[in-house]
Design a protein around this ligand. Structure first.
Ligand SMILES: CC(C)(COP(=O)(O)OP(=O)(O)OC[C@H]1O[C@@H](n2cnc3c(N)ncnc32)[C@H](O)[C@@H]1OP(=O)(O)O)[C@@H](O)C(=O)NCCC(=O)NCCS
Length: 148
């Protein structure tokens, strides 16, 4: 079952372990995930999860400031990819951003993350800036934008 819901404080453990599984050395620490979940509960972030029964198998984090909505994270557990989960989460973030009066969405992705780049381009994002050597190993960061 591919269900979407707003994250709860109870989801912290599952999101923190998905972070490590998906992002490895670049994972947010448990404290950082806790800060995001707490910020979401307080309304300064929007955090949604994609679930399969009781299990969280994907999550996405949005921050709205002024006319810009930043996608801070979007991730799906490997065995649940290509099920449309990230697309569904991004659509939900887009709706939230629109309702907050944002005019554009921004995100940053490593230039060597080919799968994520294909996903974002398929979702209508375009490359607007390159940050040379931004990631570990001198990998460039790409800033992508989608007007709303
Ligand atoms: C990028 C990511 C979030 C996509 O999640 P997903 O749930 O598999 O994406 P969807 O199923 O919604 O994909 C929708 C479309 O995007 C494109 N797409 C998604 N992943 C792709 C990949 N690895 N390679 C090529 N195209 C891809 C396809 O067009 C796909 O449609 P299709 O399956 O009908 O061909 C997921 O691969 C992931 O978690 N990656 C690791 C974390 C990450 O890199 N996050 C982004 C960092 S900025």
């Amino acid at each position: 079952m591919n269900a979407l819901r707003v994250a709860q404080l109870d989801d912290l453990d599952q999101i923190a372990s998905l972070e490590v599984e998906i992002f490895g050395a670049n994972a947010w620490s448990r404290a950082a995930v806790a800060a995001e979940v707490t910020a979401a509960a307080g309304g300064s972030r929007h955090l949604i999860v994609s679930s399969c029964g009781e299990r969280v198998v994907g999550y996405a984090v949005l921050m709205c400031v002024g006319d810009t909505a930043d996608v801070l994270r979007i991730a799906v557990q490997p065995e649940h990819r290509r099920e449309g989960r990230a697309s569904t989460m991004l659509a939900a973030l887009r709706d939230i951003a629109g309702s907050r009066g944002c005019r554009r969405m921004l995100l940053e992705v490593a230039a060597d993350n080919a799968g994520a780049l294909e996903f974002y381009v398929a979702q209508g994002f375009a490359d607007i800036h390159r940050r040379r050597g931004y990631y570990a190993g001198s990998v460039d960061g790409l800033v992508l934008e989608k007007p709303l």
